[in-house]
Design a protein around this ligand. Structure first.
Ligand SMILES: Cc1cc2nc3c(=O)[nH]c(=O)nc-3n(C[C@H](O)[C@H](O)[C@H](O)COP(=O)(O)OP(=O)(O)OC[C@H]3O[C@@H](n4cnc5c(N)ncnc54)[C@H](O)[C@@H]3O)c2cc1C
Ligand code: FES
Length: 242
């Protein structure tokens, strides 16, 4: 069940080009959230709330990675310590809990829910492999906020493996996949999952107005009919989508 809370910003750090890591005091959300779920954060009076994946939890805190792409994310990224902001969450379904040793793949800011997935898997004694792809080194999230066991690719080769996250995935042993990132990356990963004959779950993004199933703004067409990304997802098994 989601909670509508007035949260306090505990810290806000610059973590990569145009990207901020923000800690919020949000005990109800921190205690109930599962990886893949998201929150809707108020972006002031002028704008609708904006969706952000929960990137990790600790105690009563949630951590979000906010990449600035427009006015709403710019407002949220400029929140300062002790400012108060309304947050709704946790929302959506999250990744399944019963998958043995998934490979975690984050493309761009899609790394956010994968960090939470890695944190959760570690907490239950697993040691997940993680792949993180960015366009270039400027955008790589500071290592302070990334799990230790991570392989990084950049499209231009400015850091780590030269190529896409999907190229780097091809170098791994087949395993079930959890992924989040841009559409072309997810399509490439869906093909690899099909070749490997392994299941894959993707966390999708869509424009969202309400975040809880009412406005129909986030509806996508799937092989099982129309689905709302906010309540039927954001995590979908790949064969439903591609
Ligand atoms: C479930 C979910 C989880 C998300 N998690 C994160 C996260 O952890 N970190 C993060 O930085 N962002 C995340 N996003 C994306 C984030 O919500 C948008 O970047 C933000 O709402 C943009 O608001 P804005 O006012 O800054 O930009 P706008 O002015 O609304 O848009 C600026 C540009 O971004 C594009 N855009 C906006 N929203 C989306 C979207 N949802 N999908 C694709 N393109 C979009 C617009 O088409 C436009 O080109 C998530 C989105 C969803 C649906
Ligand atoms: S965002 Fe309103 S129904 Fe999904």
């Amino acid at each position: 069940m989601p909670f509508e809370i007035e949260s306090t910003v505990l810290d806000n750090r610059y973590v990569a080009k145009e990207t901020f890591g923000i800690y919020f005091y949000a005990p109800q959300i921190a205690h109930t959230a599962i990886p893949g779920q998201f929150v809707m954060v108020s972006a002031g009076e002028k704008f609708l709330r904006r969706p952000f994946s929960i990137a990790s939890v600790s105690g009563s805190k949630i951590f979000l990675l906010v990449r600035v792409v427009g006015e709403g994310s710019a407002i949220i990224s400029s929140l300062r310590r002790n400012e108060r902001v309304r947050i709704l969450g946790p929302l959506g379904n999250g990744f399944p809990n019963d998958v043995k040793s998934p490979l975690l793949i984050g493309g761009g800011i899609g790394i956010a829910p994968m960090i939470f997935a890695a944190q959760h898997l570690k907490s239950i004694g697993k040691n997940p492999k993680m792949i993180y792809g960015e366009q270039n080194s400027d955008k790589i999230i500071s290592e302070d906020f990334l799990p230790d066991e991570i392989e990084i690719s950049t499209d231009n080769g400015s850091f780590g493996f030269r190529g896409t996250a999907a190229d780097l995935l091809l170098q791994q042993n087949p395993a079930p996949i959890f992924a989040c990132g841009p559409e072309p990356m997810l399509k490439g990963i869906a093909k690899i999952a099909a070749q490997w004959n392994v299941p894959a779950w993707f966390s999708l993004e869509a424009r969202m107005a309400c975040g809880f199933g009412v406005c129909q703004g986030c509806v996508i067409k799937t092989k099982q009919g129309y689905k709302r990304v906010c309540t039927d997802g954001p995590v979908f098994q790949t064969e439903i989508i591609y």
